[in-house]
Design a binder for this molecule. Structure first.
Ligand code: ADP
Ligand code: MG
Length: 705
């Protein structure tokens, strides 16, 4: 067959590699998303094994994870029927015998193995009845050259069962990369960092990094490759974010709020129920500067629970109204939307501001009226769930959009908002789960951000304690004391999945138990959970808000934003089942008034080390920023809500927790680059520019901007 190679060798489809058949090509695409030479080059090994090192079977240790042994197959047989069918072989060396087992791809392996043949076998080691066993090991025919000859560490790649069956196991993929590397010249992997940076950090060249990440002559070479590639990942991630941000600053026109008028002044002078904190004032100033600049604002407002973000949002919406713009405020749940609506209408009192609530459960007639008011401009502020960003909702002149508790909203929804006016509205994203600085740098680098790091005066820190379940009666007695002082209490149950029957039954059992501790008519209990209709939830919520119920039994639907300042105690049942940021969010429902508040974390007698660590942090601090850092450390960036779908943190090697120092270094380098040469026209920065151009469209980045 005659093949025309592309001028850019890395752009060639994977089948152009000798020994990749059409079938294998299909499998590589489907299973590993390897389409081209470049994809294969960027598919990094999981680990390396020292091929020169062969373990003696008789000396294998219980605690070893992997083993590589060399010996003769003494027998092969298939055992079991249907689903338990397996292929079992025994391999012997001069020190002992090991069992090899396969459950899949039996026919293929049976053909490849021969009794009496000599093989090198590598796999995950386990012991069964104190006999060593390798299940689904990788097998190679023994040859003297293979057993001792190669000087480099052999790469083992992540692979899938389907590929293994077709002979593409973790080792075989290395044969492909080896072949590929023979075809690639230094000029095919051009440098992508400025020379000064390479010198400053003593990086190896990009070409060398690519070779050594796959086939390092020594471990030191491998470490150099990893260091260089990690830096690249962090550098380009931040550079792209910064470019999105600065192009928005430079090119995207924004609505101009240049007037302070009657709405704002009337509210500030006659309706504001308290003095603003310094943090609130500072943030308002930052936002006002943005919204007066003629550029579109995209700002992230981080404030710990209870720091008073709502009032900041409201005042900005009033300012928008002063400048003849409409505003929208979006919340992640109906309860929260309803609550924002209630507290905002209460704050505005008799002011002539038109505010409406639109959620999934708004009636058709009301919905139509609201749509009409949005279109003719008579509505000033629309509050709601994601119903407010549906295409049907069209505004006469939308100027300001607030997204509350943003971790439940994706980047896509944010983009949907921008399209709601010819000139996009300013967007203020508010989050009550503080985002660690390292994460904010990378995942939210395209947003400006403000931090509200001060609580309104008079708040006392919440006392948090951990108690085991056998102390529940004493805990409930404590709750009774609080209720006797006319306070209210939350009792929270875990509902990992809203639909889970088991969780639901637990909640009901818990409810009955709470009732037995707090019998009517001395106590009134309200309950809210995900299976209720919005009307039921709202009704029960209002009973608690109005003080008609002393106790709120609830699942985590109460998690975000709910504000009942008279509630001073929260009991969290099965606290070991909650994540850190969730616990912090929940706890934030108390301590919202001037009274001393308490949070009691109840757990079963047996808890994992991780859970113990979480409880320790919760009882030690009320600081949401500290908790967020710890959460990131414990769970890793991949699990932090809102980051996964953005694709921003999909690094191959870098990890923002473990590579914090490098992240900072990369950030500094990006800042320096953009300050000194924002358009990257200096010769020294051309490699960066060319690389960005080449990579454009290959990744999910385009979706973010
Ligand atoms: P969050 O930032 O968690 O959304 P909220 O906006 O719900 O916080 O505010 C929490 C509580 O603090 C509310 O009852 C609010 O009225 C009150 N609050 C906000 N700002 C101040 C302030 N400057 N002084 C006193 N109380 C305030
Ligand atoms: Mg809030």
């Amino acid at each position: 067959m005659h093949i025309t190679f592309s001028a850019n060798i890395l752009a060639n489809p994977i089948e152009y590699l000798h020994s990749v058949s059409t079938l294998r090509g299909d499998m590589l695409r489907k299973e590993l998303q390897i389409f081209s030479f470049s994809d294969l080059l960027n598919y990094f090994p999981l680990r390396h094994v020292d091929k020169t090192k062969i373990d003696k079977i008789g000396h294998l240790q219980y605690n070893a994870e992997y083993a590589q042994v060399c010996g003769r197959i003494t027998d092969i047989e298939t055992l079991g029927e249907k689903r338990s069918k397996r292929l079992v072989a025994h391999l012997q060396d001069e020190t002992g015998e090991i069992e090899l087992v396969w459950f899949q791809g039996i026919n293929w392996i049976q053909k490849a193995l021969h009794e009496g043949g000599q093989y090198i076998v590598f796999g995950k080691l386990s012991f069964f009845m104190s006999k060593p066993q390798l299940s689904h090991p990788e097998v190679e025919v023994y040859s003297a050259e293979k057993a001792g000859g190669k000087s480099f560490l052999e790469p083992i790649y992540p692979t899938t069962e389907k590929l293994k069956v077709k002979g593409l196991n973790g080792r075989a993929i290395g044969k492909l990369t080896w072949q590929l590397l023979q075809l690639i010249k230094e000029t095919d992997v051009p440098e992508n960092l400025p020379d000064t940076l390479i010198k400053q950090y003593r990086f190896i060249s990009r070409y060398d990094a690519m070779r050594f990440i796959h086939f390092p002559p020594t471990e030191k070479h491998y470490d150099h490759a990893v260091r260089r590639i990690k830096f690249e990942e962090l550098f380009f991630a931040q550079l792209r974010m910064s470019l999105i941000k600065s192009s928005r600053h430079r090119f995207s026109k924004g609505q101009v709020f240049d007037k302070v008028g009657e709405y704002f002044n009337d509210f500030y002078n006659n309706h504001l129920p308290f003095v603003l904190t310094n943090a609130q004032k500072r943030v308002l100033k930052e936002i006002r500067k943005d919204t007066g600049s003629g550029k579109q604002m995209n700002r992230l407002l981080q404030g710990d629970v209870g720091s008073g973000k709502t009032i900041v949002a409201l005042m900005m919406m009033l300012l928008a109204a002063d400048n003849s713009f409409q505003s929208v405020m979006m919340a992640p749940t109906e309860i929260l939307a309803q609550q924002h609506y209630n507290s905002i209408t209460a704050l505005l009192n008799d002011m002539p501001v038109c505010v409406k609530l639109l959620t999934g459960s708004s009636k058709t007639k009301e919905r139509r009226e609201i749509h009409a008011m949005c279109e003719d401009g008579s509505l000033n502020i629309l509050i709601g769930t994601h119903a407010v960003i549906e295409d049907k909702v069209q505004f006469k002149n939308l100027g300001f959009a607030v997204i509350d508790e943003q971790h439940k909203f994706g980047v896509a929804q944010r983009a949907q908002l921008w399209k709601k006016n010819r000139i996009p509205p300013h967007v203020l994203v508010m989050t009550a789960t503080p985002i660690p600085r390292t994460l904010a740098l990378t995942a939210y680098g395209d947003l400006d951000y403000s931090v509200m790091d001060e609580l309104p005066p008079g708040r006392q820190p919440i006392n948090t304690v951990h108690r085991f379940e056998n102390k529940r009666p004493q805990v409930m007695d404590f709750v009774k004391e609080q209720l006797a002082n006319q306070r209210q209490a939350y009792i929270i149950y875990p509902l990992i999945e809203e639909s889970s029957k088991l969780d639901y039954e637990n909640l009901m059992k818990g409810y009955e138990e709470v009732k037995s501790f707090f019998p009517e008519p001395n106590y009134w209990i309200s309950m809210v959970h995900g299976k209720m209709t919005a009307a039921q939830k709202e009704n029960n919520m209002q009973r608690f808000v109005k003080g008609e119920a002393n106790i709120m039994v609830s699942t985590t639907v109460i998690e975000v934003g709910v504000n009942v300042p008279n509630a001073t105690v929260m009991v969290i049942e099965s606290a070991e089942k909650f994540g850190l940021s969730q616990l912090h969010q929940l706890r934030g429902r108390v301590g919202r008034g001037a009274e001393k508040s308490f949070c009691i974390l109840l757990t079963g007698p047996k808890i994992s080390n991780d859970a113990r660590e979480r409880l320790k942090i919760m009882t030690a601090t009320n600081d949401g920023f500290k908790i967020a850092e710890k959460d990131l450390e414990l769970r890793g960036p991949g699990d932090i809500e809102g980051t996964r779908q953005s694709g921003v943190l999909n690094f191959k090697l870098a990890n923002i927790v473990n590579d914090k120092i490098m992240l900072e270094a990369a950030k500094e380098a990006v800042e320096h680059l953009l300050e000194t040469d924002p358009d990257m026209i200096m010769a020294e920065n051309l490699p960066v520019k060319n690389y960005l151009k080449m990579e454009k469209g290959k990744t999910a980045w385009s979706k973010i901007s």
